[in-house]
Design a protein around this ligand. Structure first.
Ligand SMILES: [Zn+2]
Length: 214
């Protein structure tokens, strides 16, 4: 199977415990589950409905603050933002709004009516979304389209361990709604394809990219 992100060849491996077949790209190093594991939006929603993210929970707020502490010091002139795939809670958007960054929150299940398509943003953030996407390349391109020239795209998703045996015991792919797993190399390839520069990653789960100024 060809990689749906960079078009390179892949090699497959099987997790003996679950029986699931994975494909590991020889080019961008992404790992994705065999497409028969992809779930309909209704099945995914049933699982997301179980998430209990309490906006008043200090831990939940601190979790977003860590993300913003990585992103914001590396940006300039961010006045507007979009939280893409926010889930039920708009806490991250609320935090950004409280910092005078005018922020919209969009989610295909819980906040589908936000008119983000017609707007441009200085910053698009997307936390714990990309690992769910059937077609991450197309979504990545669509998010870059939403950026003003010189705008930033900040993504949070756990980077896979880059070792097949370690991957098999890794918790993150055991969630049935998690189907695709990235490393910084994958985001470098995506950035090249969509005219972005690679600003930084934190080596673990956060990456920041910048759209060209033109
Ligand atoms: Zn690839």
């Amino acid at each position: 199977m060809k990689c749906h992100i960079c078009g390179s060849s892949t090699r497959s491996f099987k997790d003996e415990k679950s029986g699931i077949v994975y494909y590991h790209c020889n080019g961008c190093e992404v790992i994705f589950k065999s497409p028969e594991c992809y779930q309909s939006i209704e099945v995914q929603k049933a699982r997301y409905d179980l998430h209990t993210n309490d906006e008043h929970d200090e831990g939940y707020r601190a979790y977003f603050q860590r993300f913003l502490d990585f992103v914001l010091p590396q940006t300039v002139d961010v006045k507007t933002a979009l939280d893409f795939g926010c889930g039920r809670s708009t806490l991250l958007a609320n935090i950004l709004n409280s910092m005078n960054i005018r922020t919209d929150a969009y989610d295909p299940i819980y906040h589908p009516d936000t008119p983000y398509h017609s707007r441009k943003y200085d910053l698009v953030v997307s936390t714990e979304v990309f690992e769910h996407l059937h077609d991450p390349k197309t979504v990545f391109g669509a998010l870059v389209e939403l950026l003003s020239p010189g705008g930033y795209l900040a993504i949070q998703t756990q980077f896979h361990p880059q070792n097949i045996e370690a991957f098999k015991t890794w918790y993150y792919h055991k969630d049935p709604t998690h189907i695709v797993f990235f490393v910084p190399t994958t985001f470098r390839r995506l950035a090249e394809q969509y005219g972005c520069s690679y600003v930084a990653d934190n080596g673990r789960n956060m990456v920041l990219l910048k759209k060209s100024e033109k």
